[in-house]
Write a protein that binds this ligand. Sequence first.
Ligand SMILES: Nc1nc2c(ncn2[C@@H]2O[C@H](COP(=O)(O)OP(=O)(O)OP(=O)(O)O)[C@@H](O)[C@H]2O)c(=O)[nH]1
Ligand SMILES: [Mg+2]
Length: 697
Amino acid sequence: MSTMDEARELGHLNESQRLHLLTSCQYADRLLSEIEAILVASQSKSPFPKLKPDISPAQAKVVQDYISRMRAQVVRILDGQGVPIPAPHIGSVHSIRVTLGFVDIAFDECRPKRMAGYGELADNAAIEIAGLVDEMQGIISRLNSYLAQGQSADLEKRLRRLEEAGSDVTLVKELERAINQHGLVEFRPALATIIDRLETDTFEIAVFGRVSSGKSSLLNHIVGQDLLPVGVNPITAVPTRLSYGSAPRATAWFADRQPEQFGVERLAEFVTEQHNPANVQHVTRIVVELPAQRLREGVVYVDTPGLGSLATSGAAETKAYLPRCDLGVVLIDAGSTLTQDDLATIQTLYDAGIPAFVLLSKADLLAAADRDRALQYMADHIHSDLGLALPVHAISIKAEYTDLLEKWLDTEILPLYDRHAELARQSLNRKIGALRLGVEAALKASLKRSGPSEHSEARIDISKLRDLEKELRTASGKIAEARTGCANMTDALAECADGFIRTAANNMIDAWDSRASATGEDRIKNTLEQAAAERTAQIATAIQEVARNAGSVLARTAMALELENRPEQDELLDVLKNMPRFDLGNFELEVGPSAVASLLGRRWAVARLERRIGSQAGKQITDAVGIYARVLRAWVRKTFTELQEQFDSYADAYRAHLDRLLSNKNGVEDEHALRDDLAAVATNPKNAAQESAPGTA
Ligand SMILES: Nc1nc2c(ncn2[C@@H]2O[C@H](COP(=O)(O)OP(=O)(O)OP(=O)(O)O)[C@@H](O)[C@H]2O)c(=O)[nH]1
Ligand SMILES: [Mg+2]
């Protein structure tokens, strides 16, 4: 008897029949899901609802109940036939992120360049549309990175766990509730940081500095072993925490898979630019535990990817991490000088209320007298540029110089160990305080909008708010437009070598005519470099203009909204630093005035000289201009990304604020909720008492 016959004998379905039953049930269930989707769509808040809302909530409930009934039945039938129900294998978060990718593309299709295919676009409209697309793509990317955090993003659950463990998290919980209730998503990162800190209760000492300033080397010295990878090129790609543990081991957490434990000798696979370029493995956190003598329970050292002009994508992680540490150590390489990048790092620490130490690293590279001069110079500059009086110490990891390092550790760092719990608490309090002020301002703004009419003079004029919103969008659009303009200018530069040679030839002939003294070689090199510099200056001016405009739009908006958080004058112009310069390198050329030239006329002379320059150095010039155009293009791209990020860091808060003021969804009920929540988080003596002892019980 065949197995099919056997099945019939026993009253069972055969294999094919079972498969058919399963696929039919799956198909029917998909259709039921569609009906569910219709129920959701009929209540949709979408501006383009697909369906009329002609179903009452009671009807919807009955439909839903029947669907549940059918589903329960399906499960029983399949179970009765011994048909296993396949488990899903696609994650919901993943699926949302994929769909978000398409949302991103849909907005990208509205960029002015693509719109132009449907007819020419008015300049004003183009700028506003570009701004709109940037705004949307910004929101998408933030939602995306929120989803990338995985489960750890469930802040409420984490708070509950803390509470169960006995922590007093009352105020933080109030903040979390208000943030959730009123959709204040812009405060989520700060809240996440605070919850992280509540969970760990450690004191984090983080080392910052430009690429290759010796951060990893310093930490290796502190823990007494060659643990962290070091080298000349950019090395560290992911912030790495070193903490005390009874046996050495490392753990990595990932955005898209389970955490992994591994031996410390495998650290390079996860933390280096070489093995994990641009953090392709999506590591979100790395902790190394070591029984090192200098480590202590509750104190954590953090190695970070280098900042500055040579930085890799890891720098973004460093910047994101920066406000979370409790103490910042900023390294400045004795082999280079104090740059704007270093000052910006110190300033950011200061702004976040984080104490900082500045260290002159690799002090062995300087003679003792130079070292003291360098220390003085740095302290003076930090004082004059930032108005901060910070301690500056010289250190080196070289054997003959370790007394410098030991002295710093002994006098400045080790004493902190005993106070770490108290220091961590203070640091956390500052973070909670800042968050509370922000949430308070946001709730007040919402109240202003929904407030009763007797406060009507306090209400802001709607059309003025719309204008502000539009101004922000236009400023963002202008940045997008300038980005395209500057990219085109750098592309054009690559083609300019011939033009530069002609300019140089003309200039040289003029010089010979007027018997100027510089040698031909120098004059031509200078003219070529100057011609390139003029192009560069045009790009710099374009960036300057757009950054200035963006800055003043931000300032105006902040003023109109009465928000404290606003950029300094010309803060956005910082992006212009480190613009690469054109350098022709060693340049050799044999040219001299020709007697016939004066006989045959200027045009002929210029053409002849052009040919001579071309034949001797044409390739060198073309190559140098080509390389420069490439370097400049990368710089332009990076600079605009930075500018847009900086602009958004302010504009986002303003947009959220405007959105609150503009949305008229707040009914009377909401107003009560707002008042209650405001009262719960507002700065008052009762809360202040809680704040001084936040949940680190
Ligand atoms: N002379 C001297 N060289 C040092 C010292 N400390 C580090 N170096 C060298 O500087 C280079 C960079 O050191 P790293 O520790 O990798 O620097 P980093 O700041 O971690 O670099 P990134 O991770 O790439 O940002 C290496 O070649 C080290 O050997 C020092 O005290 N003196
Ligand atoms: Mg490093």
